[in-house]
Design a protein around this ligand. Sequence first.
Ligand code: GLN
Length: 488
Amino acid sequence: MELYKLTAHELRDLLRKKEVSSVEITKSILDRISEIDSQVQSYITVTGDEAVKRAQEIDDKISAGEQLSDLAGIPMALKDNICTENVLTTCASKMLYNFVPPYNATVTKKLNEAGAVLVGKLNMDEFAMGSSTENSGFQITHNPWDLSRVPGGSSGGSAAAVSADECIAALGTDTGGSIRQPASCCGVVGLKPTYGRVSRYGLVAFASSLDQIGPITKDVEDCAILLKAISGFDPFDSTSVNTEVPNYKSFLVNDVRGIRIGIPDEYFIEGLHPDVERSVKEAIGLFSKWGAETKRVSLPHTEYAVAIYYIIATAEASSNLARYDGVKYGFRSDRYRDLMEMYTQTRARGFGKEVKRRIILGTYVLSAGYYDAYYRKASQVRTLMRRDFEEVFKEVDVIVAPTSPTPAFGIGEKIEDPLQMYLSDIHTIPVNLAGIPAISIPCGFTRENLPIGLQIMGRPFEEGMLLRVAYTFEQNTDFHLKKPNLNG
Ligand code: GLN
C-alpha cells in the first residue's frame, strides 16, 4: 500500500486497527521525499532519524494499549517560520540560516502532545513575504501539478508538500493569503483561522495584527482535526482569545440546506481568469442545488484592500524585523570596522530584496510627517472594511468567492513586477484585515489541468460553519481526490 498517499484520518483508522505502524507510515513519507523532493524542493530541513525514533515511541504506546489522539503517529511538516526546539528554523532567510530555537512554538508543542511525528521544515517566501515562494533565500519550490510553475506563497513549501504526498498534513501561516493562495494553486485544503483562534507564540512575526497559523491538508476532515489540535487560548500570546474550542469534527455534516451564501460583486471583476470564474460559478450553482440560499452581496471597500495591506503589513514588518541586527540571532557580516557598520552590513547582506523593499516602505509610512497620511488613514479604512463584513454577515452565513484570481503562474513570470505579485492576494487580503476566518478548497481545474480554489469566508470564530459548507462540497465532488502526476 502506498501509505504516503492517505489522509491523516485514514491512517488513524489503520493505526487503531494495528494494520500499519507509525514507523511504516513515516518511512513511506521519508522515501517519498527522497524520491521526488529534488523536483519539488519543498523541504528546507528533513528530520528523518528523529522522525523514525518518534514514530517508534508512538508505536510502543499503541502496543501498550494507550488511547491516542487523531494525530498520533502521523507524519507532519511545518512551515519554516514556526519555532521547533533543536530543529533549524530559518524563515527561508539567509539572516536566520543557522538559527536553532531553544523552544517550541505553542502549535509545535500542541502537535507534539497530540503525538504527531515531525518530518521536517518547509520552504516559504523569506519571512513570509511573497505569493510564489520565489523569494526564498535558499531554493524555489515547484508546483507539483506543473513543475514550471510556482506553488503560490508564502506557504508554498507546505502546500506543495501536501499536494505531492511528501507529508500527510502541514501547517502554514497566513498574513494576507499565504495559506489559502498556495492551497488553491496546489489543489489542497487550507484554512486561515479567526485572528486570536490559534496562538502565535513561537511564530516568527511578520505583521503581528494579521498573522495566523493554520492547517494545510488533503481534505476537510483532516483540516478539522488539525484545527482542533492547534486552537485555543495561550497565556504566552496576549492576542489569543479565551473562548471554548468546539469539536470541529461535529461540523462535518453533508448538508447545506437553508444556509445563506453571499456572493460578493467586488470579487468577480476584470482580470479574473475565465476558468476560475467558471468553476467558482459552477460551485455556487451546486450549493443552490443542494438547498443553500445564494444571494449577491456587496463589500464596497474591497478595492482599497491591497493598498491598505501594503501600508499596515510593511509598517508592522519594519518594526518586527528590527531585531535582526547581527547581535541576537543568525547571520553576522564579517565586513565591518565598527558597530554601526556591523549592523548595516549584516542587514544589507542578510535580507533579500523583497524583505528590504518592505522594511523601506514600512519605515517610510511610519515616519514623522507621513504617519497620519498613510498608517493612520490605512487603519481607519481597515475599520471600514471590517464593517463591510459585519453588515454582510447580518444577512448571510458565509461568503463564497474565488481564492485567487488566477491559477498558478509560471516561475519568473511576476518576480520582477512587485505590483503584479501583490495583486495575487486581492481576494485573500480583506479576510486578514477584518480578522475573520476563511478556507480554500479545490473546486475545479483549468483547461491546462491546474487546480482552482474556492474560498469560503465566515463570521469570527465560526470556523465550524466553514468546515460544514466545505465538507458538503467535498462529499459531493471529487476534485480533492485528483493527484498530480509526479514520477521519481
Ligand atoms: N503575499 C502576501 C505578502 O506578500 C501575503 C503573505 C502572507 O500571507 N504571509 O505579504
